[in-house]
Design a protein around this ligand. Structure first.
Ligand SMILES: [Zn+2]
Ligand SMILES: [Zn+2]
Length: 338
């Protein structure tokens, strides 16, 4: 038998006992050891995640040990692994060119199908990646960091760039770290003073930008009038996204990681005179996950610089209602299992 935490309906998490699943051909049974709690989980719990159906086992930021193998899978039992939670069709126009992160038919574990807030989970062996030298709690936030790393890759960031990451939540903090890894001068911008203080304390960034003030003036001063060559938006705020068109260096690139249910418009002369490149950035690919794990292993990125809260599997349902309140100050939380 095993336990799962089921989100029965918005605001209600419940323990459920079920039989331990058996891996089918091509699958691995993973004994879950750590689960990152994501904004998606918070929105699903809060009932403001569109297209979400209940009951659902949440959790897509996962690490664990290989516990059992399905037919045709050859992996070492007991070894540590992390999960790539995006299941792609493998055949669509995006998949055919390796852009599995924006598959037309993508299915995310813990969103579209039951996820990892449980003791054991069957997963396709192709999406379970063995790794050494990174503890389980850090492996559980690899997915979150990979989204930031992917955004930096979308921005083609290099050492000549000045990058502004807009929004100092977990995704933004991840993007800022990988912009630094790429050698860029990096600013983090937010409206929230606590988040800015957290970012400058925990990360090796070059400056913070206070979005309550005159952003354009601050950027002009920080860059000697050049403005950031890459702006990565992680705000989820249509107004902020719209403003980025006027904050960018000539010849620069905007990367939108946030998705908002809104139309974003821009002034064409402003867009044109800069020869602006505008890119979306969705999820991450295996390449990004591997980059993140390498950076964690060699110390150039830290998962600890965003994990502010931890709990055990058994305590999670009771503690979670506290953590969704903004005043608790959760940047990133991790659930640990023995
Ligand atoms: Zn996530
Ligand atoms: Zn596809």
């Amino acid at each position: 038998m095993m336990k799962s935490i089921v989100c029965q309906q918005p605001g209600e998490l419940q323990f459920l006992e079920s039989t331990k699943p058996k891996p089918k051909a091509g699958e691995v049974l993973l004994k879950i050891r750590a689960i990152g709690v994501c904004g998606t989980d918070i929105h699903a719990y809060g009932g403001n995640q569109p297209f979400f159906t209940y009951p659902r086992v949440l959790g897509h930021e996962l690490s664990g040990e290989i516990a059992e193998l399905g037919e045709g899978v050859d992996l070492p039992l007991g070894k540590a692994a992390y999960v790539i939670p995006y299941l792609e069709c493998g055949e669509c126009v995006a998949c055919r060119v390796g852009k599995t992160n924006c598959c037309t038919d993508i299915e995310v574990i813990g969103v579209h199908r039951d996820g990892g807030m449980c003791e054991y989970l069957c997963l396709p062996a192709s999406h379970v990646v063995l790794t050494e030298g990174v503890p389980f709690d850090q492996l559980a936030v690899v997915e979150c960091l990979a989204i930031g790393a992917h955004a930096v890759r979308r921005g083609d960031v290099n050492a000549n760039d000045t990058v502004m990451v807009l929004g100092a939540g977990p995704i933004g903090l991840g993007a800022a770290q990988f912009a630094k890894v790429a050698g860029a001068k990096t600013f983090v911008a937010d409206v929230n003073d606590d988040r800015l203080a957290f970012a400058s304390r925990e990360l090796d960034i070059d400056a913070t930008v206070d979005c309550k003030g005159d952003v354009k003036a601050q950027l002009e001063q920080l860059t000697d009038g050049d403005f950031p060559t890459v702006i990565i938006d992680c705000t989820g705020n249509p107004g902020a996204m719209q403003s980025t068109f006027g904050w960018l260096a000539h010849g620069g690139t905007l990367v939108f990681v946030s998705v908002v249910k809104a139309d974003i418009s821009f002034n064409d002369p402003e867009f044109h005179k800069r020869e602006t490149t505008l890119k979306g950035s969705r999820n991450a690919t295996k390449e990004d996950f591997e980059h993140v794990v390498n950076c964690l292993a060699n110390g150039s990125a830290k998962s600890t610089s965003m994990v502010t809260h931890k709990t055990s599997f058994s305590d999670f349902p009771a503690i979670f209602p506290e953590w969704v309140k903004p005043e608790t100050g959760v940047v990133k939380a991790v659930i640990e299992l023995n």
